[in-house]
Design a protein around this ligand. Sequence first.
Ligand SMILES: [Zn+2]
Ligand SMILES: [Zn+2]
Length: 301
Amino acid sequence: MGVGRGLKINEYGVFKGGKRIGGRTEAEVYRRVGLRYIEPELREDRGEIEAARTGRLPRLVTLADIRGELHAHTTDSDGKNTLAEMAEAARARGYEYLAVTDHSKHVTVANGLDEKRLARQIGAIDRLNARLKGFRVLRSCEVDILEDGRLDLDDAVLAELDFTICSVHYRLDLPASRQTERILRAMDNPRFTILGHPTGRLIGRRGPSQVDMERLMRAARERGCYMEINAQPERLDLSDLHVKMAKGIGLKVAVGTDAHSTRNLDFMRLGIDQARRGWLAAADVLNARPWRELETLFRRR
Ligand SMILES: [Zn+2]
Ligand SMILES: [Zn+2]
């Protein structure tokens, strides 16, 4: 684009004839060549220059847009802090809500909750909410997706929750067709809201499970389900490319830290970076919205 304007661009700046007309700052370089500033996260040769030229660059989501946490554990399963401590820590970060998403019973190593213990936790959340002003603890659960696609808890208790995160925690090695069917089947359950850490990858330790991601995303959109960007540094799952795929499909995404302690809530920054690499604006991120909007979005069509 510079060449068309008779400009020369190199590592020293932007030149017209022999004269340097820009290069002190990146913003100046973009201005001189007639492009909107492209955020560093977008500089991957994935259509960002074309988007800048045609005014279709997204205004990327920032940490300041985030209104709440949608994925957090407590001492009721494998978290290190209590329900009240997690709520207080979320509030101290300026959030309006925190969802408690402890594990369900299939995850015995994480002391997963059965129907009875989840019902008891719901009671504790209701009592805590009665004391809190201007902050809300959401009743939720990280429900295991069983190998045959059923959810790990009875529908009756799931119906008491504000929403669910549903995750695959075992048999991540199924062939693509079976893994995809397993998740599609789970999404058929009207209690399914968000697919947690969608590929199960652990960076440097375990590759992503084999799924037809585009099919899952289209199905999620049709059914009124969503996907998570899990912000744990070893997960960052969805990947940047999958985040961009979700954006293209028009599927909204939750950025969740999967916090197992109050300090882990700070992983949000990593999740936001991942969202930005996938071109997401605040409007694409579920927890950039107040609860009253989420409540409507979480109602299944
Ligand atoms: Zn999980
Ligand atoms: Zn979790």
